[in-house]
Design a protein around this ligand. Structure first.
Ligand code: AKG
Length: 278
């Protein structure tokens, strides 16, 4: 959907849009707000990101493309954790008001941000990834009913995503509503089932905001263009104890908005900015 000029200007969703977005995530597994971040900011993010990705990839090519790594077997997909620094840690990215309104309502106002990374479909991929959910079941094989949403993934595409440059493909409308044990390793193959189900390619303009239940089945597809197709990928989670992963120097944390500080309060505050890693 497209946000209204008034919503974009005020940085606030109307009560109707907020409610619709929440219900869409609940029933369909995702909501897409098209073209929200300013183009110039997205270009800056893209250029700064590729300035990190390209040398990193050259240095770690063997490991990243190792065919033993299931997700990288011919897909030319790379997941890269982002350093917590400008322009990536801009408030528009980490605490976007259109996102925080929704995550607060679904996950609770005490929710936290737990993941700060990117997924890139790089040119030259030959295969799609296996169809998967992003996090596993909460109770392994034990629990045979659906559970409330615990994690929301937020993607910001840094280029226009079209048929040709490796759009993410998703299976919406119910693949997030399965019993918990369907997300466990012993569950029936999602790739086999998905072949007979309706998936859609997430075609979206640069700077869109895709918010999805982490259980929705999806996969990366090969990029047939000659330019990277990166998505920033953040995860917001219900507040429960887990290992902190995002390193934030104290002086940077101190400069964040109250909301961003609250979202990141359980992370590694007072640590130096981490080097990029896959
Ligand atoms: O950004 C994409 O194309 C999806 C990537 C993905 O699902 C993954 O690497 O786990």
């Amino acid at each position: 959907m497209r946000l209204s000029a008034e919503e974009l200007k005020s940085g606030k969703l109307s009560p109707e849009t907020l409610e619709l977005a929440i219900q869409l995530i609940k029933v369909n597994g995702y909501v897409l707000f098209e073209e929200v971040l300013p183009r110039a900011q997205v270009e800056e993010l893209f250029n700064s990101y590729t300035a990190i990705l390209d040398p990193y990839f050259e240095e770690h090519r063997e490991e990243i493309l190792n065919p033993k790594n299931g997700f990288n077997d011919g897909t030319n997909h790379v997941r890269l954790y982002l350093p917590f620094e400008e322009p990536f840690c801009d408030e528009v990215v980490i605490a976007n008001p259109f996102v925080t309104e929704i995550v607060d309502r679904i996950l609770g106002e005490d929710c936290v941000m737990t993941y700060f990374a990117t997924n890139t479909s790089m040119p030259g991929g030959k295969k799609s990834q296996p169809v998967h959910s992003d996090t596993s079941s909460r109770y392994g094989d034990k629990y045979a009913a659906n559970l409330p949403i615990a994690n929301l993934i937020v993607n910001y595409p840094l280029v226009d995503v079209h048929e040709n440059n490796g759009p993410m493909e998703i299976w919406p409308g119910g693949t997030h509503l399965h019993p918990d044990n369907w997300y466990a390793p012993n569950a029936f193959s999602k790739s086999k089932l998905a072949e007979h189900m309706h998936g859609i390619k997430m075609l979206m303009p640069a700077g869109s905001i895709l918010i999805r239940d982490d259980r929705v089945w999806h996969r990366g597809t090969p990029n047939k263009s000659d330019k990277h197709r990166p998505n920033i990928a953040l995860i917001y989670s219900e507040n429960k104890q887990r290992e902190a992963t995002i390193q934030i120097p104290q002086e940077m944390y101190d400069q964040l908005s109250v909301k961003a500080q609250r979202l990141l309060r359980n992370e590694k505050i007072g640590f130096p900015v981490a080097e990029p890693k896959h």
